[in-house]
Design a protein around this ligand. Structure first.
Ligand code: ZN
Length: 316
């Protein structure tokens, strides 16, 4: 599992398993307006500025060249081959399990396992809830992709698709909770989102994640011991137990959590209105997993729904 695919395996994947039906409608419907990027050997998508006019044409490229990775732009262009005539771009959030700031699996930065892939999903739920509740985005305008090592949230709200880089930056600050709210106990909006993120942090943080200047081992142990109580309180907007333990270090601690949270989302991806993203249905060759659109987020399991057949054969 999670081993790199050989060229032979890529060839098998694109010629025997890949199916145009697994391309999301949002790609099919706008295929000729997007820029496509190909990586043939694992060195990065060096072949860019491609325009593809039909699913059939894409299929031919995939079957003949079985690339290492395939990408398409989040932007729609009048002239994708020149990356000119920008019309609009999906709003995208990238949650990569390999970069999660806190993970209880301990599998290390740059690595993923079943556990942290599941933990990454919690951020996906949280962000999608904020997009719906706080920004009024329709459920149908939010689509979920398993990227092979994490998740992409792709938003198709017509107004948000026109946002500039700066505006997207502000949105990502909000969604990633890059600021301690002035009021902590509001039952809606930003303070609520902040507390929910705080709870994820608390749930998965290892003792070393809780370390801040001026707070000794004893107090960290106390936080861990009272984790359940603290979590129940925070859910209701009450930080009193945590405040009692941390005393004058309470605000520092919240800022520390904010800094850690900021890493859970790759902001560079969200603000880049010309970004290319891994194409759903394509192979993530580095880890031999399929990048797939997720129809049911609750029930989605990477190991059930994104393992290509050649990997199953391999393990027989
Ligand atoms: Zn892990």
């Amino acid at each position: 599992m999670f081993e790199e695919a050989t060229p032979e395996e890529r060839k098998i994947y694109y010629n025997e398993e890949w199916n145009a039906k697994e391309l999301p409608d949002f790609i099919v419907d706008s295929i000729e307006q997007r820029e496509f990027g190909f990586d043939y050997d694992g060195s990065g998508p060096s072949d860019r500025y491609n325009q593809i006019f039909s699913v059939g044409e894409l299929e031919r490229v995939l079957r003949n060249r079985y690339p290492y990775a395939v990408y398409s732009s989040v932007a729609y262009y009048k002239k994708p081959r020149k990356r000119e005539g920008w019309i609009k771009a999906e709003l995208v959030f990238d949650i990569d399990a390999k970069d999660l700031p806190v993970k209880s699996c301990g599998c290390g930065k740059g690595m993923v396992c079943e556990k942290c892939l599941e933990e990454a999903k919690e951020y996906v739920f949280l962000i999608s809830e904020a997009l719906r509740d706080d920004f009024g985005i329709k459920k149908g305008d939010i689509r979920y992709i398993y990227s092979g090592r994490g998740y992409h949230i792709r938003v198709f709200d017509p107004e948000l698709m026109l946002l500039s880089r700066e505006e997207r930056g502000k949105l990502v600050d909000y969604v990633a909770c890059n600021k301690v709210p002035e009021v902590l106990n509001l039952s809606f909006g930003y303070p609520k989102l902040f507390r929910e993120r705080f709870l994820i942090f608390l749930k998965y943080a290892l003792p070393e994640d809780l370390k801040i200047k001026g707070v000794g081992k004893q107090r960290i142990e106390e936080i861990l011991k009272k984790k359940r109580i603290i979590a129940n309180e925070v859910e209701e907007g009450d930080f009193s137990t945590l405040r009692k333990i941390l005393k004058s270090k309470f605000q520092d601690f919240l800022r520390h959590v904010v800094n850690i949270n900021a890493e859970s989302l790759d902001a560079k991806v969200t603000v880049d209105t010309k970004r290319i993203l891994r194409l759903p249905s394509s192979l993530h060759s580095k880890v031999s997993m399929k990048c797939v659109e997720i129809k049911n987020l609750e029930r989605f399991s990477p190991l059930k729904h994104a393992v290509p057949k050649f990997v199953e054969e391999r393990e027989r």
